[in-house]
Design a protein around this ligand. Structure first.
Ligand SMILES: [Cu+2]
Length: 697
């Protein structure tokens, strides 16, 4: 598989050629960069296995992202790696299952998506550039509130600082802005939205920015979705370290995150989040490492090591309180603070490192059995020692727990082995555990069962009267699940026309903020499209915004979609069904429909709309469906699969979709291009089994 992919890249590189352009529109993705792609093949031709893998990582498209989401523009000094990097980022509202059963809404910066998918995840992606690189980050504000990007710790011009009440106006919904800077000295930095900055970074609009030391032929992946293990380490890091991890800590009060999940009116969301909600009264209740809490952290963010290695840990704290990072059995050494090196003689070695809000600490983790730096192989807990952070809403074990896992201590299912096998992790993957519905200790000890837990014990009044202590909130109603709404909305509900086309129609649809009404942000104009049965309909979509819109009629079979970035007009055609039916149409960009960008396709006399159009929980139908498709990306660390599938009868039209996979070990060994058959649980929109029909050669 790997060698095949490399050959493909080489072929693509050789065909790519070089074209010179002096200027380009930041929103125009079709310009051809003048990178001498042939020069890049030097790493492949002359380098070793690591160089080839790193070049591959640099050139591999991000699963689910537009091919141009990260543009390698120019190799200015001719040293075999690109020195001008252009990132294209959108703002996406997502819902993440942060621990079993807990779905939380976030906003993230995400690489520009495609017609069918967005590779959005929490935290916002780790961006990596080289010292001296010319860096451009185009922010497409695809969200319903204003945002900016502030580059924290790096040196940029004042008018690129992204602070709305100081230097830069907010980037309004529907607009784009390109931040430009030259990467200064190497180190660990970060970037975040600076609009309503008591709220927006905590909603997920923050990620790590790494400036790597300059070296010739320094190839590496410039955008790592989320954070965690960095597989394509830069040359300078490889000179000293065997492994590298970005660890992004963030704690949240989910009362805030519930607001955008519960409302679709941006005015309501604005007022509740920025006027009613008082962050000075907030108390964190969910503690995240790389966007997840225990037990998912074990699967997503293990620190994998071998004895006698040196591992670089880049720690960033996005949350509103300090973290106190404790590495069991190990004493790392502090090498850098806030992107600046700590002088050798001042480098301290300890077992708890405090990292305040906004700060970064780079640690060198020695592994082995010397009894000074490291206590020997095994599975060693790594956690924020502030006690609440050991829990998921007060229930332990939870929070930002992960582990240093030595070679040989990782099971086939991607979870650490322990002396009792996996039995000790299993209870925590049960959502009931974090609802407080599982007794703490083995019933054999006190005879506690769920039944008598809930009934209580006959007791007399407590000595000293009734207590007033902080209690778990267990009365919060579950919020609508975006993935289930999404699945519901994409069900094919109309049959295709079986006779020859009987008429032709052409409809111009305008798309953008300009057509929004009160209480909306984005809209189509017109919103009701009247068409004949068995007609060939050409949709001409005029996008008047600087961002991406994705006109989609999901009920048609096959789905019809028109995806366009920036102010452009595109068109496409479909054939209407031979029945009187009303179909839901929307912009497929996450949350655009909720803030106004939806409408109806009325075929013939029309009929009742068969899908939910407003934010509500769809009915749950416990049914399994069989699907066939091609793997676009297997993401074991997030337990998701992006698959380009054929129609799944009764469940989903043919499209490219990202689905949760349970257990995530089903993803082991899958490669992009593999043809698979899979079973999907309709109630949870989750893939529960995968069989490979044909492996990619
Ligand atoms: Cu849109």
């Amino acid at each position: 598989m790997r060698s095949f992919t490399v050959l493909l890249f080489i072929a693509a590189l050789l065909l790519g050629g070089a074209t010179f352009l002096t200027a380009h529109d930041p929103a125009d993705l079709e310009f051809v960069p003048n990178l001498d792609r042939f020069a890049l093949t030097a790493a492949y031709r002359r380098g070793g296995e690591v160089e080839r893998a790193n070049l591959e990582a640099e050139l591999t498209p991000i699963p689910g992202a537009d091919d141009n989401a990260v543009q390698l523009v120019r190799d200015i000094d001719g040293d075999g790696d690109p020195d001008e990097i252009h990132f294209h980022l959108e703002v996406v509202e997502i819902q993440e299952e942060v621990y079993p059963g807990e779905y939380v809404t976030f906003w993230v910066f995400a690489p520009l998506g495609t017609a069918m998918t967005s590779p959005a995840r929490l935290p916002s992606p780790t961006l990596r550039v080289e010292e001296g690189d010319i860096v451009e980050i185009t922010l497409y504000n695809t969200h319903y509130l204003p945002h900016t990007i502030h580059l924290h710790g790096t040196s940029q011009d004042n008018n690129m600082d992204g602070v709305p009440h100081m230097t830069n106006e907010e980037v309004q919904p529907g607009h784009a802005f390109t931040y430009r800077f030259v990467a200064g000295k190497p180190g660990t930095f970060w970037y975040h939205c600076h609009v309503q900055d008591q709220i927006h970074p905590s909603m997920g609009l923050a990620g790590m920015l790494i400036i790597e030391p300059n070296r010739p032929n320094n190839n590496f992946a410039h955008l790592v979705p989320g954070a965690g293990r960095i597989t394509s380490m830069s040359k300078a890091t490889r000179e000293q370290y065997q492994n590298e991890y970005s660890l992004v800590y963030m704690d949240i009060d989910d009362h805030l995150n519930r607001i955008p999940a519960a409302y679709s009116d941006p005015r309501e969301i604005e007022k509740r989040m920025h006027r009613d909600y008082d962050v000075t009264q907030a108390k964190s209740n969910i503690f995240l490492l790389n966007g997840r809490s225990f037990p998912f952290t074990l699967r997503d963010s293990p620190i994998l090591v071998k004895p006698d290695e040196l591992t670089k840990l880049r720690v960033l704290n996005i949350g509103p309180r300090s973290i106190f990072l404790h590495t069991h059995g190990h004493h790392p050494t502090l090498t850098d603070l806030d992107g600046y090196p700590v002088p050798k003689e001042a480098q301290i070695t300890r077992d708890v490192f405090d990292v305040g809000p906004g700060q970064r600490a780079d640690l060198a983790l020695h592994t082995g059995s010397d009894g000074y730096y490291a206590a020997g192989p095994g599975v060693w807990l790594v956690h924020d020692h502030a006690q609440p952070a050991a829990t998921n809403k007060g229930i332990n074990p939870g929070g930002d727990h992960t582990a240093i896992i030595y070679d040989g201590f990782l099971g086939d299912d991607g979870l650490p082995k322990d002396p009792t096998g996996h039995a000790s992790h299993e209870p925590y993957f049960n959502p009931d555990y974090y609802k407080g519905k599982v007794p703490v200790f083995d019933p054999k000890i006190f005879g506690t069962t769920l039944e008598n837990y809930e009934k209580g014990w006959p007791t007399t009044a407590p000595a000293g009267g009734n207590f007033d202590y902080p209690k778990r909130e267990d009365n919060l109603a579950p919020l609508p699940r975006l993935d289930l709404i999404d699945a519901e909305r994409h069900k094919p509900v109309a049959n295709s026309c079986q006779t020859p086309v009987r008429s032709k129609q052409r409809i111009v649809v305008k798309a953008g903020t300009a057509y929004a009404r009160e209480g909306e942000v984005y809209a189509f104009e017109p919103r009701e499209l009247h068409v004949e049965r068995c007609a060939e309909v050409e949709i001409v979509m005029e996008n008047t915004d600087e961002i991406r819109h994705d006109f989609m009629i999901p009920g048609l079979n096959p789905i019809f979609a028109l995806n366009v970035v920036g102010p452009k007009t595109i068109s496409g055609s479909f054939v209407t069904p031979d029945e009187d039916v009303t179909l839901f149409l929307h912009c497929h960009m996450p949350a655009h429909d909720k803030v106004g960008m939806m409408g109806k396709l009325i075929v013939g006399k029309g009929g009742p709309m068969k899908v939910i159009s407003r934010l509500a929980s769809p009915p749950t139908i416990s049914k399994s469906y069989e699907g066939v498709g091609t793997v676009v990306g297997a993401l074991p660390r997030t337990g998701r699969l992006i698959v380009d599938h054929e129609e799944i009868k009764g469940f989903m039209a043919a499209m490219q979709m990202s689905y949760a996979v349970t257990p995530p070990s089903l993803l082991n060994g899958l490669n992009a291009g593999d043809k698979i058959q899979f079973t999907i649980d309709g109630a949870n929109s989750t893939i529960t089994s995968i069989r490979v029909i044909e492996y990619i050669k």
